[in-house]
Design a protein around this ligand. Structure first.
Ligand SMILES: [Zn+2]
Length: 363
């Protein structure tokens, strides 16, 4: 990527840090959405919000032809599920939270008075039977908030139904690796906001409606995107989410395919991905010399792409994925170059869409 100018600047990196460091568990995305809207506001004409907290920033709200670029706003978390008499807390998943990484993590329990600190405890190595080592399960992990009993837990404002998130913050490794919890998919929201900024700064408004959509509740089954697809009734949807870098230990590339951070946006092949729209993305990447990788995600992408594709009698949809290491851990890792190239590819692909384009296979 020799002489390409960096897209990210101080202001965008400050926004990224603030956006990542704001907890937005599934069902409770409002704080993250507020940070995102504040950044996006100068670059859009208006916002559309829905009852569950999904947001679309809109350029040209009166246009008939509508193009969506989309990411999801929520992050995986836990629910307080049961408080024992001795004041320990058992949890239930809110999204695909990983039981294996929980022990020894610090947590925030979100209460009406704000976040309360806690820790996932675990029996000491000395006390375990090495012949019968147990791996953590969702039924065995528990949070300790330093309370004597259930009553004390309640006095701290904690009750069944409170959500629990990890406080791990943004950091940069070796200059160009971004690390944080919730890069899945806060980085997506960041990238589509950057596309909106670039379009605004280029002073070349599209002649169609552009909807920059940050959907809630993806981690529990693409729920927010389903609602937004029905509400907006778009003509095209380009979705971005994360996918696995499969080059780290213990992953089988034969089964999972191959993608690696730093090697470019991952263009996805799946039945929900409309072929002509995907060809448009690939031709754009080739023309603009943006590196890209290919991955298969059958039978479903498991991303909001599926929600848009199968809505409203069918909406041409495609997925530009961002390769990521250690998904659903607190140390998710992506490459800065990929972040910039996904932004470039979405931006150039949107610029290349002609108003009224149907992407039809037949005429
Ligand atoms: Zn996820």
């Amino acid at each position: 990527m020799a002489d390409k100018k960096s897209i990210l600047n101080k202001k965008s990196l400050d926004f990224l840090k603030r956006y990542l460091n704001t907890a937005a568990p599934t069902g409770y995305e409002k704080p993250g959405q507020e940070v995102w809207m504040e950044y996006l506001k100068p670059y859009v004409d208006e916002f559309i919000t829905d009852p569950y907290g999904s947001v679309a920033g809109v350029v040209n709200p009166d246009a008939d032809y509508k193009v969506v670029i989309e990411a999801h706003a929520d992050e995986i978390a836990w629910y307080v599920n049961h408080i024992t008499d001795s004041g320990l807390i058992y949890v239930q998943r809110n999204g695909g939270s990983d039981h294996q990484i929980a022990p020894s993590k610090r947590v925030h329990i979100h209460t009406r008075q704000g976040p309360v600190d806690g820790v996932f405890g675990w029996p000491a190595i000395h006390t375990r039977n090495p012949a019968k080592e147990k791996t953590p399960t969702v039924d065995s992990i528990f949070v300790d908030v330093g309370a004597e009993d259930a009553e004390e837990v309640e006095k701290m404002g904690i009750h069944v139904g409170c959500v629990v998130s990890y406080p791990d913050d943004f950091m940069i490794l070796n200059g160009d690796k971004f690390i944080c919890r919730a890069i899945d998919n806060r980085m997506g929201g960041f990238m589509i906001a950057e596309v909106a900024r670039l379009i605004h700064e280029s002073k070349k408004k599209p002649d169609f409606g552009l909807y920059i959509v940050n959907s809630v509740q993806e981690e529990v089954g693409l729920k927010g995107a389903t609602m937004m697809a029905n509400r907006l009734k778009p003509d095209v949807a380009i979705v971005t989410d994360v996918t696995h870098d499969t080059t780290t230990p213990m992953l089988e590339q034969k089964k999972l395919g191959t993608a690696k951070i730093g090697k470019g946006p991952v263009i996805t092949y799946a039945p929900a991905v409309q072929n002509n729209l995907r060809t448009h993305l690939i031709e754009t990447a080739e023309k603009k010399k943006i590196p890209f990788q290919r991955m298969v995600s059958a039978p479903a992408t498991g991303t909001d792409t599926d929600a848009f594709a199968y809505s409203n009698g069918g909406v041409p949809s495609a997925l530009i994925a961002l390769a990521l290491r250690y998904m659903h851990t607190t140390v998710e890792m992506v490459h800065r170059d990929d972040v910039e190239n996904v932004i470039r590819l979405i931006h150039e692909s949107v610029k290349g869409i002609k108003k009224g384009e149907t992407f039809s296979y037949f005429y």
